[in-house]
Design a protein around this ligand. Sequence first.
Ligand SMILES: [Zn+2]
Length: 434
Amino acid sequence: MSLLLKNVRAIDPAAGETGLDAIVDIHVRHGEVIEIGPDLDVDAGEVHDLTGKVVVPGLVDMHVHLREPGYEYKETIESGTRAAVHGGFTGVAPMANTNPAIEDGTKVRGLIEKADESAFCHVYPVGACTKRLMGTELAEMGDMVAAGAVAFSDDGKGIQDAGMMRRVMDYAKMFGKVVMAHEQDDGLVGCGIVNEGPVSTKLGLVAWPAEGEEVMIARDIALCRLTGCALHVQHITTARGVELVRAAKKEGLPVTCEVTPHHLFLCEDDVTSSYDTNFKMNPPLRTKTDCIALADALADGTIDAIATDHAPHAKHEKAREFELAPFGTTGLETALPLVLTGLVSTGKLSWERLVEVMSILPRQILGIDPVSLQPGSMADLTVIDPDRHVSVTADWFESAADNSAFLGQELIGCATAVFIEGYAALLDGEVVDQ
Ligand SMILES: [Zn+2]
């Protein structure tokens, strides 16, 4: 199996000493990059002329919900990873809040087996920190590491007890794994559903204050200092939260964080008297000032990764009243077009930085083998057409769900091909059935 990508702009800031940004050909054989350079004279079985397109090391989404096992009516590993490759990703890290939760080695192995059967891309399992994500009893962390868990998270819930979080971090450190933290203080947040401020007051919806997130970020940074365990703050949403992470990094602590496209590109003002439940997320959409601070922090290196928190739901669930509908928006298919349209084409984010925050750093944080465009690397590749128009409509999605906060948007730029270990999972924008 040999593949030749011709006349493509290759961007990989981790390649060589100075990084790579050049028009080249790339030769792939047996799942590996064999040669890269201008006008390669190679006889390959499969040749694609990619003039005008960009190729980058395959994108990884380090925070998704694939809903399997237990909630297959919302999404499955198959449909969720179809959405992933459609969005340009070569790998995803699903969270543990399934039913049953991913809380011991058997569950991790079950997930890996199911992914081997039905996934369109790599699946990197994240194990729960505590049993049933209840925050009271440690999950079988060592057992899960042995089975292949890459990291730990009780995502969906904050771990309320600081002593429990400390034990989680002590154990994770022993295994060299990162703890990914959903930062939510239940005492402050209660049943809050929108950002506390004028919008929550005007719409008469229960408020979720920024401080409910910020006090937990501060606590977990303190626990990171105490334990030495790597801490990854999930879906950070506020300017003050970003300041806490910035200070922790300056101190030299092993703290990283991610931001979602919806927290970058939408704010509380998008929640209106139409009470569209696709704008109900956890943590909630914050202020415009927060959005600007998040974009700045992404560009300056304080925020390490863009992750979607892809949260698919069935139609009947999101069709309920705002108070009763579940939290979340889908995100796998809109993330790259949004970032290209809103940040790269406007010059706020360089192509190099896009590759860092969507490909290089997510792998690094999760401790997954790096992927590059250099010879010897596994050929996980994402090909992007920066000029292709995307109309975000329900029937454009490959996900089983269409609860997207971005429905109706017109975006420019998307993935048109994805190669996983040298095999095409997406070609000309269409998912390749296996
Ligand atoms: Zn979460």
